[in-house]
Design a protein around this ligand. Structure first.
Ligand SMILES: [Cu+2]
Length: 154
């Protein structure tokens, strides 16, 4: 049976759409994991505010209160000079301190070779540290051998 020109066009269009849809799906970055575990002390107010910031940005937060947060930091290889009030774990990375949710998202999309990222100390104006002033601060990467780098400037 001869195939009409119209049906050939229809078949071609369907194929073209199928290829396009497959291509678009392949280009999508890996979906960000929704769960993040946060270790903090029970009395830390700014830690709670950072947890709220994560929840506002779509994360399911598993908050765990610990008596000795320094032990967690040592276990996770957070360098002493980069330490802050809370330590979080998400998809193989360590998140130390008041790191903005947008930077965590970029970390999980770009997946650089690093142990984790940190906002050392507790800079005013970082998520969970809203106050009368806004300090400049850096989000820094760290790895096991003491090397650090700048991940983002705020
Ligand atoms: Cu804090």
């Amino acid at each position: 049976m001869p195939v009409s020109k119209t049906s050939l066009v229809t078949i071609f269009r369907s194929l073209a759409i199928a290829v396009l849809v497959t291509g678009l799906a392949a280009c999508q970055p890996q979906a960000q994991p929704q769960e993040i575990t946060v270790y903090k002390s029970a009395t830390c107010g700014c830690c709670k505010k950072w947890v709220t910031h994560l929840q506002d940005n779509g994360y399911t937060v598993k908050a765990i209160n610990v008596a000795d947060i320094d032990t967690i930091k040592k276990e996770q290889g957070v360098p002493g000079h980069l330490s802050s009030c809370h330590t979080a774990l998400v998809d193989g990375y360590v998140i130390e301190g008041h790191v903005p949710a947008a930077d965590i998202k970029r970390l999980l999309v770009e997946r650089p070779k690093t142990k984790g990222i940190a906002v050392p100390g507790m800079p005013m104006g970082s998520p969970g540290m809203k106050g009368s002033r806004k300090d400049n601060y850096n989000v820094v990467t760290f790895n096991g051998n003491g090397a650090t780098g700048v991940f983002e400037r705020h």
